[in-house]
Design a protein around this ligand. Structure first.
Ligand SMILES: [Mg+2]
Length: 322
């Protein structure tokens, strides 16, 4: 059963002619058969529903045998139960899943130029593809990570083994004091009111977790500026969610890196549904003009710290591999 936020978002998108085909894809992906009649009437015209137009996944087509392909295979094959460290109460799980600010922002972005906020500067299979030294040389001073599906499996309290070395390298390049996690689970007052999860994660990963009360993409970055003693433009935001991590980073002028998620295992149905919505929407929004083909690794989005004569893909290690 779909949760209200993604359904409401789709309903809010349905009467725009340009986006009608995308909305058809969204409804198809989420198994929503029709827009509620009152919504359609209020909009004053019918939504055009495209058939058989499921938008391509942003990251489709990863090279065979590469980490991205193996990750997809692992995720598809995974049938693990929810991890034991998942929220123990249904209230906690539900509240962690609902991101009202994010849904509202998404609905607003759909019809304005602000949809560009959801487009990362670069996209990588995971943080192993990030060239930390190139970022440092370009003037970046700090890295801000999402936790779930970027450093760990959802709700897990230890770093995902395959990216442990990459995280260690990031810390070695930038210094532990210039690396931190801004999570919508660990450290978020709503989900982790005592900070116990964040404490455990700091001990396990050896990097700081911000204690905060605003879910990404909302909230300021004052705490990050005070922590790192640098401007947001000199920070790198890395995460798996377009409409939380990427939007948050872009809102504040950071360099944004979107990582493909490790797995859906352990995630709630509402989060899985929301991720389908955002993946389809973002793929649609960033397609080149007049083309249906999404640009998998944009690299064209400008940022002040990108060296002259280069584009954002300069910070991706072996960009041609995937
Ligand atoms: Mg995440």
């Amino acid at each position: 059963m779909l949760g209200a936020p993604p359904f409401a978002t789709i309903a809010a998108l349905t009467d725009d002619g340009e986006d009608a085909e995308m909305c058809g894809s969204l409804r198809s992906a989420l198994h929503v058969s029709a827009v509620p009649a009152p919504v359609a009437r209020a909009r004053g015209r019918h939504a055009r529903v495209a058939r058989g137009s499921r938008a391509r996944r942003c990251r489709a087509g990863a090279s065979a045998g590469g980490p991205a392909a193996s990750r997809d295979a692992e995720a598809a094959a995974s049938s693990e139960p929810a991890p034991s460290s998942a929220p123990s109460s249904s209230y906690g799980a539900a509240m962690q899943s609902v991101n009202v600010a994010g849904v509202s922002l998404f609905a607003g972005m759909a019809f304005t130029s602000s949809k560009a906020l959801a487009i990362p500067h670069v996209e990588v299979p995971d943080i192993r593809w990030v060239d930390w030294r190139a970022l440092k040389r370009a003037g970046f001073k700090a890295c801000v990570f999402d936790k779930d599906n970027t450093l760990t499996a959802p709700y897990e309290k230890s770093v995902e083994p395959r990216v442990a070395d990459a995280l260690n390298e990031c810390v070695a390049v930038f210094g532990a004091e210039n690396v931190a996690v801004l999570s919508n689970s660990a450290g978020l007052a709503q989900y982790d009111p005592t900070g116990a999860v964040a404490d455990a994660m700091e001990a396990a990963l050896g990097i700081g977790f911000l204690r905060h009360s605003s879910k990404k993409p909302s909230g300021s970055c004052v705490a990050l500026e005070e922590r790192f003693k640098c401007a947001p433009k000199d920070m790198v935001m890395l995460g798996d969610r377009y409409l939380t991590d990427v939007v948050y980073g872009n809102r504040h002028g950071m360099f944004t890196v979107r990582c493909a998620p490790f797995t859906e295992a352990g995630e709630s149905a509402s989060i899985r549904a929301a991720k389908k919505v955002e993946a389809i929407a973002v793929a649609w929004w960033r397609k080149p003009d007049g083309s249906r083909k999404p640009e998998r690794c944009p690299g064209k989005k400008p940022h002040a710290n990108v060296p002259e004569g280069k584009d954002a893909s300069h910070f991706v290690a072996s960009p041609g591999v995937w």
